[in-house]
Design a protein around this ligand. Structure first.
Ligand SMILES: *Cc1c(COP(=O)(O)O)cnc(C)c1O
Length: 377
């Protein structure tokens, strides 16, 4: 029997979360509407794969829907199937990773639209349509130079013949994906759009869906029928060489679990990678790499308290890390104080850069131990 059950609750400090993750659905909505304004009359889809980039597929998809979005991209069928009952019937769900063998009937039954990435997938979808005796919607993806997903040039040459064999496949659009859209002056953007336009000219009956977040900012030529921005809607910078045009959507605060003063020469953390050069005051904060704060932040990242930068000293542990609080007046931080990890003083992109990674990876790694609060749109 714990203290609380023994009726000692008056003496028990309420358990506090180790960290507080605030997800601003209003900011996600405004980011979506900003992109939709840039894209109109082209449509603006939402990309909600990987649990909406770690922010919660259900609340985030609902926010997009309320902002007027009707096209939702997931990576896996299971992600689309989970969202299907959550969203109204006029929401359309697409599966980017394609049609997996054995998944055809479930996909058709759920009314989920596969992005067909090969002729083999197209044939299976066509056979499913024949068996069901009704048209089945699909998108077709082409590889325009990323070598990841989509029909190869060899398959492209055979597509017309295959489509003629499967008249029940209802092609909603053709698509491809940019590999360097976040580098506005990368020659690859020009190469890929030229290839996409060449393919589109061969299939003039099908509209095109091409741009991701970065692509939206490459201009009208990249907009077509519909764009698929992901990271920009979540506040990551889609134009890393310029000021972030998007609004932040996430803030993360971590609780202090212990403070101490250490003498010069004290070793800090696993492997003693940091040795105090002088007497220092340190705070141990309650998040580590298991909470999605990469170990690569060891001895190089920081937390913030107000405007004051609190350098991470020593290695990031699984559940905690240590920050140098010597520049704060003594007694400022105590057990339960919160320091900022993502917020006004350190953006998502700042944190990603300090960790040597990208905003996408930081978001999709955010741990499950934070107390999550959703600010309503
Ligand atoms: C993830 C993904 C997107 C979204 O990309 P962002 O860079 O986050 O805008 C769009 N299209 C495809 C095919 C993707 O895999």
């Amino acid at each position: 029997m714990n203290a609380r059950m023994a009726g000692m609750s008056a003496q028990v400090i309420d358990p506090v979360a180790s960290g507080y993750l605030t997800i601003d659905l209003g900011a996600i909505r405004r980011n979506y509407l900003k992109l939709a304004g840039m894209l109109a009359p082209a449509r603006t889809a939402a990309v909600v794969k990987a649990d909406a980039y770690g922010l919660g597929a259900r609340p985030v998809a609902e926010a997009f829907y309320q902002a007027g979005c009707r096209d939702f991209f997931t990576a896996h069928f299971s992600e689309a199937a989970t969202l299907r009952p959550v969203l109204a019937d006029d929401a359309i769900l697409y599966v980017l990773n394609g049609l997996q063998p054995g998944n055809e009937a479930a996909c058709a039954a759920a009314g989920i639209i596969p992005v067909l990435n090969s002729l083999e997938q197209l044939r299976r979808w066509g056979e499913t349509a024949t068996l069901m005796g009704k048209p089945l919607a699909a998108a077709i993806q082409f590889d325009t130079g990323m070598s990841r997903l989509g029909l190869s040039p060899v398959e492209q040459a055979q597509l017309k013949t295959e489509l003629a064999r499967h008249p029940l496949i209802d092609i909603r659009f053709i698509m491809s994906h940019l590999a360097s859209a976040d580098e506005a002056d990368s020659a690859q953007n020009g190469e890929q759009i030229a290839e996409m336009e060449r393919i589109a000219a061969e299939f003039p009956e099908f509209p095109v869906c091409f741009a991701n977040s970065g692509g939206v900012f490459l201009g009208k030529r990249f907009h077509h029928l519909m764009a698929r921005p992901g990271i920009a809607t979540y506040g990551g910078n889609p134009t890393p060489d310029a000021v972030n045009p998007m609004e932040p959507t996430v803030s993360l605060k971590i609780a202090v679990v212990q403070t101490r003063t250490v003498p010069a020469g004290a070793k800090v953390g696993y492997g003693a990678t940091f040795v105090a050069p002088k007497e220092m005051r340190l705070a141990t904060i309650a998040a580590g790499y298991a909470d999605g704060l990469p170990r690569s932040l060891s001895d190089r990242g920081a937390a913030y308290y107000g405007d004051v930068r609190l350098p991470i000293v020593g290695r990031v542990s699984m559940d905690s890390m240590t920050v140098d609080i010597s520049s704060l007046p003594e007694g400022t931080l105590m057990l339960g104080s919160l320091v900022e990890m993502i917020g006004p003083h350190q953006t998502l992109d700042d944190l990603a850069q300090a960790a040597g990674t990208i905003s996408y990876e930081v978001l999709t790694s955010l741990g499950q131990r934070y107390q999550r609060e959703y600010l309503k749109p």
